[in-house]
Design a binder for this molecule. Structure first.
Ligand code: 13P
Length: 333
């Protein structure tokens, strides 16, 4: 058993309470390799933003759980080395799908876990979430749960159809499970293709897809039912079109990739939404930078020469999200 406290990590309780009260959101960035982690920590340290390092089941299998734990421990020390005196870093399991997986993460030094039983019938979702909460809370590990279904594909999570969270269920769910935060479905989805062209309109000038707006009415109803309760938005990449263009110009093929407009995420950050999940945007930044080097310098074969620019691009992206979208800069001095 390794406690996250020994690793210098924190759980989400205090940072969420401050974020809800302060009208900003904490970035939850997925990582599975060193360059992503370096970029996340550099951006967070430079902006003094609390940050959630997220690991999905797929990432855990890809990178190895022991290595990831040491990377998170290293991240805390690296942040201090960069001059961030009191780093507020969470190591979080993204989309845990079983009690055993959540338990194993709690036992291995994670400070927060998500149990995603949203695809199960309501009572089963409650029972499994409650079981995880009871275990995790013994070690002061916080638990995120989910109600409602997001469409899209992400590692091992996929759903053909989404349905919005039902506001009439949230009080019962939060009370009976004891979860610390709740992921809701209001129109976001995982991946770089969040909407089909049929769901969008097209900007006549640019020809780009314009997605339908998020269901802010559902969010506001949930906020009214659970005042001050931390709400989480998954699937919140904005799929920056400049990265899509670079990828497509350098041999890639991402036609009609579309995400959530950043103004809507900024608006959500000011509400009870206190955690915003971003994975695809970092993948796009990395891929765009690497494709560009491969295309422009076909003789290059030193990984540092393409992973370095990829890291710089991701850092730029993370800083932009922190400062201009979520407003979490300067909240972990
Ligand atoms: P994106 O695919 O929009 O980045 O969402 C990531 C996510 O929600 C991780 O759980």
């Amino acid at each position: 058993m390794v406690s996250y406290k020994e690793l210098g990590l924190v759980n989400t309780r205090e940072m969420f309470a401050k974020a809800v009260a302060g009208g900003y959101a904490i970035p939850a960035f997925n990582f599975n390799n060193m360059e992503q982690l370096q970029a996340i920590i550099q951006a967070s340290a430079e902006t003094k933003s609390p940050v959630i390092l997220q690991v999905s089941k797929g990432a855990r299998n890809y990178a190895n759980q022991t290595l990831l734990r040491y990377m998170a421990e290293g991240a805390v020390e690296y942040a201090k080395e960069l001059g961030w005196e009191h780093p507020q870093i969470v190591l979080h399991l993204d989309h845990g799908d079983s009690f055993e997986l959540c338990k194993s993460c709690v036992d291995m030094g994670f400070s927060s876990v998500m149990i995603d039983a949203s695809s199960k019938p309501y009572e089963e979702n409650i029972a499994l979430t409650k079981k995880v909460v009871e275990y995790a809370h013994q070690f002061d590990v916080t638990v995120e749960a989910e109600l409602g279904v997001l469409a899209g594909v992400e590692d091992e999570v996929s759903a053909e159809e989404s349905h919005y969270t039902k506001p009439e269920e949230v009080i019962d769910f939060a009370t009976r499970t004891g979860c610390d935060s709740l992921a809701i479905s209001i129109g976001t989805s995982h991946g770089a293709y969040k909407f089909t062209p049929e769901q969008c309109t097209r900007d006549p000038k640019t020809g780009r897809l314009v997605p339908p707006p998020l269901a802010f009415n559902v969010l506001h109803e949930i906020e009214k039912k659970l005042p001050g309760f931390p709400i989480v938005l998954h699937g919140s990449s904005s799929v920056p079109q400049e990265y899509v263009d670079i990828i497509n110009e350098h041999g890639g093929k991402l036609p009609d990739a579309v995400g959530i407009p950043e103004e809507q995420l900024r608006e959500a950050s000011k509400s009870a939404v206190c955690k915003i999940n971003i994975d695809s945007d970092s993948r796009l930044a990395m891929t765009a930078a690497i494709r560009k080097v491969f295309d422009e310098k076909p003789g290059e074969f030193d990984p540092r020469k393409y992973l370095g620019p990829a890291r710089d691009e991701m850092k730029k992206l993370y800083m932009h999200k922190i400062v201009n979208v979520l407003g979490s800069d300067g909240k972990a001095l």
